[in-house]
Write a protein that binds this ligand. Structure first.
Ligand SMILES: CC(C)(COP(=O)(O)OP(=O)(O)OC[C@H]1O[C@@H](n2cnc3c(N)ncnc32)[C@H](O)[C@@H]1OP(=O)(O)O)[C@@H](O)C(=O)NCCC(=O)NCCS
Length: 169
């Protein structure tokens, strides 16, 4: 039975290596920042959630502190053989409840429509105007597709890439 883990619940060290390799291999996830050390650090800072099946990691989500007052929900991953069972809902719910994100602007950027759908259930709401709530160096700064010069007029915005900001109920 899959079980959500949040800090300070203990997790074995091999978990961070497993998640790092899996998340980094995903084409829709930023490939640069998900090192085992950073994932463990996020978890211990109460900014990440792990879904465990026994001693094996099968899901992950993080709230990356990207600037003073801003966290980015990202690195969401469900192990391939467990996808399509509704498990991402549990991860989104758990990350939305973390105390570390209660007083900050919480946003997410995704090219995955599944993430848009599930994120909406915890208040991650699509924003049309990309320059209003989140500085562009935070929203598009880690984009691996467009060059810095292309980003301000990126045609993918709102079409195949979505900026969402947490609206708390
Ligand atoms: C995105 C991801 C985390 C979703 O996890 P999941 O547990 O498989 O998703 P769920 O089973 O909770 O499905 C969520 C919703 O999406 C729908 N969905 C799931 N897979 C789908 C697919 N392949 N095509 C269309 N819809 C799909 C489900 O029907 C469900 O909708 P519902 O809740 O209204 O019934 C998972 O697919 C994944 O790890 N993908 C690779 C990494 C990635 O792309 N991360 C997102 C980067 S921002």
């Amino acid at each position: 039975m899959p079980r959500i883990h949040t800090s300070p619940m203990h997790l074995p060290d091999h978990v961070w290596q497993t998640i790092s390799v899996a998340v980094t291999a995903e084409p829709k996830i930023d490939s640069t920042r998900n090192t085992p050390e950073r994932l463990k650090d996020l978890y211990e800072s109460d900014l990440a959630v792990v879904l465990m099946n026994g001693s094996e990691a099968m899901g992950f989500i993080a709230a990356w502190p990207v600037a003073e007052g801003f966290v980015e929900i990202g690195s969401i991953w469900i192990r391939e053989d467990f996808r399509g069972q509704g498990l991402s809902n549990a991860l989104y719910r758990a990350v939305a409840s973390l105390s570390g994100i209660s007083d900050v602007v919480t946003f997410g950027i995704t090219t995955n429509p599944i993430s848009v759908r599930v994120g909406k259930r915890v208040g991650l709401t699509i924003v049309e105007d990309w320059d209003r709530c989140v500085p562009s160096h935070l929203s598009c700064g880690i984009c691996e597709i467009m060059t810095p010069a292309e980003r301000p007029t990126c045609p993918k915005r709102g079409v195949s890439c979505w900026l969402r900001v947490m609206v708390r109920k």
